[in-house]
Design a protein around this ligand. Structure first.
Ligand SMILES: C[S@@+](CC[C@H](N)C(=O)[O-])C[C@H]1O[C@@H](n2cnc3c(N)ncnc32)[C@H](O)[C@@H]1O
Ligand SMILES: [Zn+2]
Length: 385
């Protein structure tokens, strides 16, 4: 975590359903200086109000309401890059025991799994229309015949997903601004962080939050240029293993103090509210237990008149869908209208939308997934809480 990021953060500890929100103080054990900015590799943040402590491991601040539970639930991702002796002593024994239980089987939704992160890395950082990819097309097998259909779909749609639409929106907003930037942006469920390099020219500041330790590690490496010790591969022909192809992706040039990523939970966000110009949540609302909380979280983060962007293919778990159905008026009967309605109820006015944007996931040389996302840009009405 960059030392300067602390001014954007608050205590996420929960008491009787509410976050503490106290001011955090930084205690650094090991630091490095990158692009004239101090990066804390190990240390902790401590709340001045409730005295809760939040460790920083391998540069990732664990700003979650229950650190012990986070360490145990995310042991697979953490243990890839963090040595046991760096885990705070009070949690170390349980952490080591949990490490011995790690399941290596293939779990599609495990955001700490190497293969799942590899798919997101491709989705966020690999392009079709740049000279590197065209010389070395990552969507084609290194030996054997390539699928003409996968080739055609990747070439036509890969570079035109949600990131491209958001780049247009934010670029246009920045152009209208006298200083040519659209201010400070917070991204919720940012994953491996690939949206930041796309939007960097248009922002004065960026903060990404995600509950996956591995994703935040990769985001800090590929979007901020911070050190990363693990190996990185992507899928090819699964005969050779799940991620057998080397990825030729350079880490970012460090962004100074202009951006950072922290581990956190949307349910107890460690980010100061009321001061952001843009809040983005892509493909995350359908992963939340209570989807209707997301518009309220985005609203609370934003300044009056500021912008929320949301996109999703709405792959609801039934419990989440039934939570929405309970509050929805009977005239609304599709996911896109339902989510727009939730945002309007939270105090947003819809400004622009796309109903079906292709979002492609390359899984290996014989499997390509196509999602179709609904995405919109909405403005927080002035005078809302
Ligand atoms: C489907 S992925 C989308 C990632 C990225 N926004 C994108 O569009 O490529 C959902 C992301 O939300 C994160 N996530 C899910 N529930 C979360 C929560 N309660 N708090 C923080 N992040 C969460 C996951 O770790 C994952 O990175
Ligand atoms: Zn606190």
């Amino acid at each position: 975590m960059l030392a300067s990021t602390v001014s954007r953060l608050k205590c996420p500890k929960k008491k009787r359903g509410k976050t503490c929100d106290g001011q955090l103080e930084l205690f650094a054990d090991e630091t490095i200086t990158i692009a004239e900015v101090q990066e804390v590799r190990t240390g902790r943040l401590e709340c001045g109000r409730c005295k809760a402590k939040f460790p920083i491991l391998a540069g990732v601040a664990l700003l979650v309401p229950d650190v012990r539970l986070f360490l145990l639930q995310h042991v697979k991702g953490i243990s890839k890059t963090v040595a046991d002796q760096e885990i705070p002593r009070e949690y170390r024994r349980e952490f080591i025991a949990a490490k011995a239980q790690i399941e290596t089987e293939h779990i599609e939704e495990d955001l700490e799994a190497e293969r799942v992160n590899a798919l997101y890395l491709m989705n966020h950082y690999l392009r079709v229309h740049d000279s590197g990819s065209l010389k070395y097309p990552w969507w084609k097998p290194l030996s054997g015949a390539a699928s003409p259909v996968i080739d055609c779909v990747v070439r036509e749609y890969w570079d035109h997903g949600p990131f491209a639409r958001i780049e247009q929106w934010i670029g246009r907003m920045a152009k209208k601004d006298s200083e040519g930037v659209c201010g400070a942006l917070v991204e919720l469920g940012c994953g491996v962080g690939g949206l930041y390099p796309v939007l960097k020219p248009f922002l004065s500041y960026y903060l990404g939050v995600d509950s996956s330790f591995s994703s935040i590690m990769l985001a800090r490496h590929f979007a901020l240029g911070m050190p990363y010790a693990g190996s990185i591969g992507i899928p090819e022909d699964l005969l050779h293993g799940p991620v057998s192809r080397e990825i030729n992706l350079a880490p970012a040039t460090p962004a100074g103090g202009q951006a950072d990523f922290v581990a956190g939970d949307l349910d107890a966000l460690p980010v100061k509210s009321g001061e952001w110009d843009v809040s983005i949540a892509l493909n995350t609302i359908d992963m939340l237990e209570r989807p209707s909380a997301l518009p309220e979280i985005q609203r609370d983060l934003l300044a009056d008149g500021a912008i929320a962007i949301q996109s999703c293919p709405y792959i609801w778990h039934e419990a989440a869908a039934s939570q929405i159905r309970e509050v929805l008026p009977s005239r609304i009967s599709d996911s896109a209208s339902a989510v727009e309605w939730l945002y309007e109820q939270a105090g947003f006015a819809m400004e622009e939308r796309f109903h079906h944007v292709p979002w492609l996931f390359f899984k290996h040389v014989r499997q390509l997934e196509i999602y179709s996302v609904h995405m919109f840009l909405a403005r927080k009405s002035r005078g809302n809480p």
